[in-house]
Design a protein around this ligand. Structure first.
Ligand SMILES: Nc1nc2c(ncn2[C@@H]2O[C@H](COP(=O)(O)OP(=O)(O)OP(=O)(O)O)[C@@H](O)[C@H]2O)c(=O)[nH]1
Ligand SMILES: [Mg+2]
Length: 251
C-alpha cells in the first residue's frame, strides 16, 4: 500500500506544523506521501510547510480561497495523473482528524485487493467513535446532517459529512471527478454518493474527532445551506432518474 494524504488548508499555519510532526512520527512505521492543498492562505501556511522541508511533502498552491470541494478536486486530479499511489487519504489540517486513527483506516483499506473500488470512512457516530470538545449544537448539526443525507440519498452509512477518508485509487479513477459540483463540505456527501453509485465497498472505522484548538473555523451558514439544498436536489434526482445519476458520476 502506498497512500498519499491530501490536506486542504486555509490559514492553518499553527495546526499544520503539529499535524506534520505527528505524520512524521507515523512515517517511521508506514510509507506515505502528503500533498497540502493551500488556497493562498494569508497566514503563509504554504510557506511554513515548505520551510519544514520534508521530502515526502509537496504543496499545491492555488490562487485563492475557492472552497474545500474545489481544493480536493484539484488535489485528486494532481495525484491521479500517472499516479503510483494505491490509495488517497483526505484529512483536515486543524487537528480534528487524529493521526493515531490512520493505522486502523489503512488496515481496513488493506483488506481489499488494490484494484477494488473501496472507500473507508472515519466515522464519529458508531460504537467506538466519539467527538471531543464539540458543543452540543455542533454535534446536533452534524448528526442531523448525516441523518438527512442518509434518508434523502438512501445510503446506509453513519457519517456522510466527515472528511477523514481513504479512497482506493481504483475507485477515484472510476469516477467522473470533473462532474462533482459541491464547493463546501457537502463535497463529502457528494463523494460518498458517487462511491455508492460506483458500487464501492465501504467500511466504517470509528474515529475520535477533536475540536480544533488552533485557528479559525471556515464553517458558515452558506456552507450549511449549500449542503441542505444540494442533498435535497441529489435525493430527488436519485429517485426520479437513478440511472442518469450513475452515468453522471461513474465512468
Ligand atoms: N484549500 C482550502 N482548504 C479549506 C477551505 N475551507 C476549509 N478548508 C480546510 O478544510 C479543513 C476543514 O475546515 P474547517 O474550518 O476545520 O471545517 P470544520 O472542521 O467543518 O469546522 P470546525 O469544526 O470549526 O473546525 C481545514 O483543514 C481547513 O483549513 C478552502 O476554501 N480551501
Ligand atoms: Mg475543523
Amino acid at each position: 500500500m502506498k497512500p498519499i494524504i491530501l490536506i486542504p488548508t486555509y490559514n492553518e499555519s499553527v495546526a499544520i506544523v503539529e499535524l506534520m510532526h505527528q505524520l512524521s512520527l507515523l512515517r517511521a512505521s508506514r510509507d506515505f506521501d502528503v500533498l497540502v492543498l493551500d488556497d493562498n492562505s494569508p497566514d503563509k501556511t504554504a510557506d511554513i510547510v515548505e520551510k519544514l522541508a520534508h521530502s515526502w511533502v509537496s504543496i499545491l498552491r492555488r490562487p485563492g480561497k475557492a472552497g474545500l470541494g474545489a481544493a480536493y478536486r484539484a488535489g485528486f486530479n494532481a495525484v491521479l495523473a500517472g499516479s503510483h499511489y494505491t490509495h488517497v487519504v483526505t484529512m483536515d489540517a486543524d487537528g480534528s482528524h487524529r493521526v493515531q486513527d490512520l493505522p486502523a483506516m489503512f488496515a481496513a483499506a488493506e483488506r481489499f485487493a488494490e484494484n477494488e473500488r473501496v472507500i473507508v470512512l472515519g466515522t464519529r457516530w458508531i460504537q467506538g467513535g466519539s467527538v471531543v470538545n464539540w458543543p452540543r449544537s455542533r454535534q446536533l448539526l452534524s448528526r442531523a446532517g448525516t441523518t438527512y443525507a442518509r434518508i434523502a440519498l438512501r445510503i446506509k452509512l453513519n457519517d456522510l459529512t466527515g472528511g477523514f477518508r481513504v479512497y482506493s485509487t481504483a475507485l477515484l479513477n472510476g469516477l467522473r471527478l470533473s462532474e462533482m459540483t459541491a464547493t463546501g463540505y457537502c463535497f463529502q456527501i457528494e463523494m460518498a454518493m458517487a462511491a455508492d453509485l460506483a458500487g464501492a465497498k465501504s467500511i466504517e472505522v470509528p474515529i475520535t474527532f477533536v475540536e480544533r484548538v488552533n485557528g479559525v473555523s471556515k464553517m458558515s451558514k452558506a456552507i450549511v445551506i449549500e449542503a441542505l439544498w444540494q442533498t435535497t436536489v441529489w435525493g430527488l434526482a436519485r429517485r426520479l432518474r437513478p440511472n442518469a445519476d450513475k452515468l453522471h458520476y461513474v465512468k
